[in-house]
Write a protein that binds this ligand. Structure first.
Ligand SMILES: [Zn+2]
Length: 107
């Protein structure tokens, strides 16, 4: 049996049910904070894009303040805003494989 826990995204406040193993894995990647799938995509995208210029914590803080702007709005708007951000970033430049850096699958 897997231990499943309800956990809340530090950025957008989305709740997800995750295994404790997965939760601690995500926290290890993001300076002790748990991020939902979408937010962790955005943050790791940010870091892998500017690996030499930006630490995970800096990317995290940037994303946190981005999310703060949307806090008053429904979660859908947050998700949509991030999707647009991702789309804008992915167009015209090749993104390095993010899974390599955060290596969620290798644990
Ligand atoms: Zn989130």
């Amino acid at each position: 049996m897997m231990d499943v826990e309800s956990v809340m995204c530090e950025c957008c406040g989305l709740r997800e049910d995750c295994t404790q193993h997965y939760i601690s894995k995500v926290k290890a990647n993001f300076a002790g904070k748990w991020l939902c799938g979408l937010c962790s995509e955005v943050v790791s995208d940010e870091v892998s894009r500017d690996r030499k210029l930006m630490t995970v914590e800096e990317a995290l803080n940037a994303h946190l303040s981005f999310c703060d702007k949307f806090k008053a709005n429904p979660a859908e708007l947050v998700a949509e805003g991030m999707r647009q951000m991702l789309r804008r970033r992915s167009s015209g430049e090749l993104l390095p494989a993010k899974s390599k850096m955060f290596g969620r699958s290798k644990f």
